[in-house]
Design a protein around this ligand. Structure first.
Ligand code: ADP
Ligand code: ZN
Ligand code: ZN
Length: 757
């Protein structure tokens, strides 16, 4: 008897063993997608992990029900990668499978088939009528069938066919629909009479942006040196960190490395932290690498994702050899990777927060690359403390690119003291006089401006001026954010919304004021001060509609907007030539955010947004509004001194025991009942303290202690470098299981997050 260990897309630990019926033995092998019965579920998809003949004990083994035809086989290297992710990030392989396989590759059961490629009918003239003579004869002959005649003339107009060539062009049938009443009947008659020939073609669901082939740029001296250095370092290191100044031309260096790999017949994965970024870069890449470059991210439909999956599997000319994508592209079926590039490696969006697997795509990328025998290049202008530490301690190679392309100067940083401006009463709404003056000057010159604020919406809360009443979310412990364009109060944690009342429900006062500000308010206010300026906004609210962010970026790029207000979405790697001013509206809510990475994040964000200024124009400026001009992070930003910033951060991390000196594992406990969460957390923490001693911190309520009607507590573990991590994981998993077996705690949600952000 043959048995198969299966991975099921369920949040349950371990694999599930089924028997392989004789008639299926030839088609069941590792990587196959099969259908099984699981519990009460009649047909559940599963992936075969391995085949053996050890009969499982203690339960009656069920047969695999069927093997649906037409699904791709999961490659061995993918299964190994899933296994590593599940074990490192402490989650069931089934949850990795759910994240890895697009819905379209998870057959729901016997009735669900493979997604059929979309087809379209094309019409051309039958070869026997392809001449000028025949066409004029047809005109005469169809006089009594006016609908058919109209279809014929429409065809000739659309296709531009005159009868001169031997063959007529095929045009989509849909183009002729609606040209006459009952166009279908008329077209059918023409096909039946052998005047038209109909052909069915498969069309790609993926819209191509296939520009003509462009020459690859020649690198300047500094880029050449960096490229040579990267290749040299790759001889001895698996991972190289490219620390390149903003607008130094990192992308061009990547392009040279990509070309080299593609010429060797290898695949390349290029990871980006933000979908908004793929638009600009894919145009650059497609213009050089044409159709072998593809994009992948979670915004695509299932059908599109299946199509990209198949194009990565496809080894011939039609396939993708270069994938540009967000973190989920790590799961594509690469068979022969030569290089993985992680651009803007410092970005926190590489970490998946929810649901499991809570993986960091940057760190996982280095593992995926090593499984393929490939190299990883991490690129950034502002390295993360972890990566830079790995580089200076010799684990990674380090390459510097210090000059901007065409030796453009970095923008000049101007500090605008908001506390002083308030004292002197020179603050106008959200703006210091320095920022207002700078905006006016730049508008006068016809150049562009970026205004950054790390909050979306109009105001983070509203408040009754009489009694201090603040509307809070009913499901979460946070205030509701006011969105003016929607005229709604929204919870950014659970999405709950309601219309703001005109009167305070507590005291009946009309005097309700907005407090603080988000991107929407900036957009509004800047339009008041500069009524003739064209102002746009880029944040997740504005980008929610499919392709909306592309439109906004395109409008700014083409000069149809003068000012772009946005959140961190605009901070990352975008390349706009005409921006000469960047305004940071409020640096303080970055600097004083209660998190051990707040300073690191402030330095990164402010330097990155600043890097959008003066890329192609001289005299770029950055105005930073802050109440704390003497703050060490602000000083390092003004001086552009990454090394000093890094050593200060590292010293703090060493003193207070944070990464890279320890590894963090955060355990989150959630339940609808406050008492349950508190008891369960205390019980788990006490057990863990017995095992791990003072390495265990908490339990504690996080900043937002209730989300979506459920109370949340965290326990933090700090595991020193060099400790046996897999033993620690096993212990933690066992304690979580034990907690779940106790009465009262069975349904409380408990999950670990390894290397949390
Ligand atoms: P980074 O990613 O380092 O911020 P980019 O790669 O976006 O910088 O380069 C900045 C700008 O300089 C881009 O507009 C790019 O097209 C241009 N550029 C960089 N290197 C070259 C080169 N070797 N030849 C022509 N243009 C270049
Ligand atoms: Zn009130
Ligand atoms: Zn809420």
């Amino acid at each position: 008897m043959q048995y198969a260990d299966l991975i099921l897309p369920l949040p349950l630990p371990g694999v599930f063993t089924y028997s392989v019926p004789l008639e299926l033995q030839s088609v069941v092998f590792p990587g196959k997608i099969v259908i099984v019965q699981f519990g009460r579920k009649k047909s559940c998809p599963a992936v075969v992990k391995n085949i053996h003949n050890i009969k499982p004990e203690g339960y009656s083994v069920k047969d695999i029900s069927s093997v649906p035809p037409g699904f791709p086989v999961i490659l061995p290297v993918q299964i190994r990668f899933w296994e590593w992710l599940a074990s490192y990030y402490m989650c069931p392989e089934g949850e990795v499978l759910k994240a890895a396989l697009p819905g379209g590759l998870r057959p729901a059961g016997a009735d669900s088939g493979v997604i059929k490629p979309k087809t379209e009918s094309y019409l051309s003239l039958h070869p026997s009528v392809c001449s000028k003579d025949m066409i004029s004869q047809l005109h005469a002959g169809l006089k009594r069938a006016p609908a058919q005649l109209k279809i014929l003339t429409s065809y000739l107009q659309i296709s531009g066919y005159t009868g001169a060539a031997k063959e007529s062009p095929a045009i989509p049938k849909s183009l002729l629909a609606g040209t006459v009443p009952n166009s279908r009947g008329a077209v059918k008659a023409l096909v039946d009479k052998s005047i038209f020939t109909e052909t069915i073609r498969t069309v790609s669901r993926l819209r191509g942006t296939n520009a003509g082939l462009k020459e690859i740029s020649r690198l300047n001296r500094f880029q050449e040196e960096a490229l040579a250095d990267i290749k040299e370092q790759f001889k001895t290191k698996e991972v190289v960190l490219l620390n390149g100044i903003t607008s130094g031309g990192k992308t061009e260096i990547y392009i040279h490395l990509i070309k080299e790999q593609l010429e060797k017949g290898k695949q390349v994965l290029y990871l980006l932290p933000e979908i908004a970024l793929t638009t600009q870069i894919i145009v650059r890449l497609k213009s050089i690498f044409s159709d072998i470059a593809g994009v992948y991210h979670s915004r695509f439909s299932d059908a599109e994702r299946v199509e990209i999956w198949n194009k990565v599997l496809n080894k011939d000319d039609e396939g993708y050899k270069l994938i540009l994508g967000a973190r989920s592209s790590l799961f594509l079926p690469f068979s022969d990777l030569g290089l993985v590039i992680v651009d803007e490696e410092h970005e926190n969006t590489f970490k998946q927060f929810d649901p499991a697997p809570r993986y960091n795509a940057r760190d996982s990328a280095t593992m995926l690359a090593s499984m393929h025998g490939a190299k990883t290049l991490l690129g950034t202008a502002t390295p993360s403390v972890e990566s830079y530490f790995n580089a200076i301690s010799g684990k990674y190679g380090l390459v510097n690119l210090l000059k901007r392309f065409e030796e453009m100067e970095l923008p000049r940083v101007i500090i605008a003291d908001t506390r002083e401006a308030r004292k002197k009463k020179t603050m106008k709404s959200l703006f210091t006089p320095q920022l207002l003056d700078a905006i006016q000057e730049v508008l006068d010159k016809g150049e562009q401006i970026i205004l950054f604020q790390n909050r979306r919406g109009y105001a983070p809360f509203i408040e009754c001026a009489e009694c201090g009443w603040i509307p809070l979310c009913q499901n979460c412990d946070v205030s509701m954010t006011y969105h003016k364009s929607l005229n709604q109060l929204l919870c950014h944690y659970c999405g709950a919304s309601f219309k703001p009342a005109a009167l305070c429900p507590e005291c009946g006062s009309h005097d309700i004021k907005t407090k603080g500000f988000g991107t929407e308010k900036i957009e509004d206010e800047v339009s008041l001060f500069f009524p003739s300026a064209r102002v746009g906004r880029l944040d997740i609210d504005a980008a929610r509609k499919k392709r909306a962010h592309e439109k906004i970026i395109g409008e700014f790029e083409s000069g149809n907007l003068d000012i772009l207000a946005g959140t961190q979405m605009i901070a990352k790697g975008l390349d706009f030539g005409k921006v000469s001013l960047v305004g940071i509206l409020n640096a303080d809510n970055l600097l004083f955010f209660p998190d051990f990475r707040a300073h690191e994040r402030s330095f990164q964000l402010i330097s990155q947004v600043s890097g959008r200024a003066g890329r192609k124009l001289k005299g770029g400026r950055v105005v930073i509004q802050t109440g704390f001009p003497g703050h060490p992070v602000i000083k390092n930003i003004i001086a552009g001194n990454f090394k000093k910033h890094f050593s200060e951060q590292l010293a703090e991390r060493r003193e207070f025991l944070y990464p890279p000196f320890v590894r963090l594992i955060r355990i989150t406990i959630k339940d609808a009942r406050k008492e349950t969460v508190e008891k369960a957390s205390a019980t788990l923490a006490a057990r863990l303290k017995k095992r791990f001693g003072s390495r265990v911190l908490g339990p504690e309520y996080p900043l937002v202690g209730r989300i979506q009607k459920r109370y949340v507590m965290n326990i933090m573990l700090k595991i020193e470098k060099g400790a046996n991590l897999s033993a620690a994981r096993t212990l933690i998993t066992a304690e979580i299981e034990r907690l779940h077996s106790l009465p009262g705690f069975r349904y409380c949600q408990v999950y670990p997050d390894v290397d949390p952000f």
